[in-house]
Each structure stands twice: as C-alpha cells, then as structure tokens.
Design a protein around this ligand. Structure first.
Ligand SMILES: Nc1ncnc2c1ncn2CCOCCNC(=O)c1cc(-c2ccc(F)cc2)cc(O)c1O
Ligand SMILES: [Mg+2]
Length: 214
C-alpha cells in the first residue's frame, strides 16, 4: 500500500539531511513541504518565532503537546541549554514511530522524551512519572479542542509556575477561539499574539504567547 505522509517525510530526511545535524533536518522537511507535499509542521516562518521565544527563555523543562513528525521537537531541542529536557506527547503511534526516527537522525534523542498517549491521560501523571515539579515552557500543537481543557488541567495539576510561558500554534488556522478568549481575558495570564502565516502557505495564522502569572 501507499506510504504515509510521515513516512515520506522521514525518507526525505534520511536522503537529504546529514545525520546529527538538526538544521539540515529542519531545512529538508521545510523544502519538501513547501515544494512537494504540505504537512502540518509549524514550519519555517512560525518556527523562527518559536526559536526566538525559546532562546530568550532558555528553559530547563519543556513540554510539547503534539509531536507529529518531530519537526518542532527538534527546533526546540536544538537550542536548549545542556541538561535541559523536553517531554513531547504524541497520541498517534504511527506519528510517534516516525518522530522517534527523525529526532534520532537529528542526534537529539538525549534531550527528548517522546511519550505515546493522549494529553488528558498523561498530564495528571507527569509529576510522579518524570519527577518534574513545573515546566518553564509549554508548546501547544495538538488537537485544537484540547488546548483549553489541557491548559486548565496543567493549572490544576500544579505543572505551571509564575512565569511559565505557553506558546500555542494555530490560534487562527485551524483556530482555537475558546483558548484565545481564556488566556486573553484571564487575570492569570499575560498574552501576546505573533501574527504569521499557516505553514508553507499565505493564509493567516499565528502563535499566542501567554505567561502564567500564578
Ligand atoms: N498527545 C496528544 N493528545 C491529544 N491529541 C493529540 C496528541 N498528539 C496528537 N494529537 C492529535 C492531533 O495532532 C495534530 C494536531 N495538529 C493539527 O491538527 C494541525 C492542523 C493544521 C491544519 C490542517 C489542515 C488545514 F487545512 C489547515 C491547518 C495545521 C497545524 O499546524 C496543526 O498543528
Ligand atoms: Mg500546528
């Protein structure tokens, strides 16, 4: 049967990117998705905004919701300080299997822990399972109707501290209206919208950066 889109992405990475070179993996994926076949990676334009938010924060403990093929996982992991750790949750086992190989090809497996399962099942177990108190940075890029309930769940589970930064992808396209309304009106968050475009297209999209105030 025909290969899957994630399988085609992995084969492009193995053919075009240098093993152990995260930037070449990022460039190979972006070239393929722009010129051959669109895929739902955060992409190069929003990816540069992601890079700037992460490098300004220098987070030690990072959570990513929604791994897909690991594109944003390696964008984040490649600029983390030594000793920093990224936990990424992926629901789809086929995506997870591809993401593990993409992360390994980039040589970043020591900084990344990929966990398979639904965010709502894993978020309440992160503290005791990973021995983590709170996260410094959370990247939301999973089911758009899970952004809000999972943010409230992270609050309830004490995974956020004063200053924790949430960065949400796709706040315009596909859109997360309930999440946006919450972080922009809640006194517990200071929010900022980075206007950009949907990956590899000219459609509007953007990232919402929200600082938890405790
Ligand atoms: N751990 C977990 N717990 C729960 N659920 C989980 C999970 N891990 C994964 N999932 C499942 C969902 O994963 C993928 C979510 N991402 C998107 O759907 C997405 C869609 C578009 C898009 C598509 C079509 C258009 F026309 C225009 C835009 C663009 C994007 O940038 C997107 O990120
Ligand atoms: Mg996305």
């Amino acid at each position: 049967t025909r290969s899957s889109r994630p399988q085609r992405l992995l084969s492009v990475v193995k053919k075009r990117a240098a093993h152990g070179d995260p930037q070449s993996v990022i460039s190979a994926i972006d070239y393929f998705c722009r010129h051959n076949e669109w895929a739902m990676n955060v992409g190069d334009e929003k990816g540069c905004i992601l890079d700037s938010v992460v490098s300004e924060l220098n987070p030690e403990r990072v959570l990513e919701l929604g791994t897909y093929c690991g594109y944003s996982t390696i964008r984040i992991a490649r600029i983390l300080p030594p000793g920093a750790r990224l936990i990424t949750l992926e629901f789809n086992p086929d995506y997870a299997a591809i993401a593990r190989q993409v992360i390994a090809w980039a040589g970043l497996e020591d900084k990344v822990q990929l966990v398979e399962g639904a965010s709502e099942d894993w978020i309440p177990r992160i503290k005791e399972h990973f021995g983590i108190e709170t996260f410094d940075f959370v990247f939301l890029d999973h089911w758009k109707d899970r952004y809000l309930p999972d943010t409230k769940l992270m609050e309830e589970c004490g995974l956020l501290r004063k200053g924790t930064v949430l960065l949400a992808d796709n706040v315009i396209c596909p859109g997360v209206p309930d999440y946006l309304q919450y972080v922009r009106s809640s006194p517990s968050y200071e929010s900022y919208y980075f206007k950009s475009h949907l990956e590899y297209t000219q459609a509007e999209d953007g990232l919402e950066k929200s600082v938890f105030l405790g």
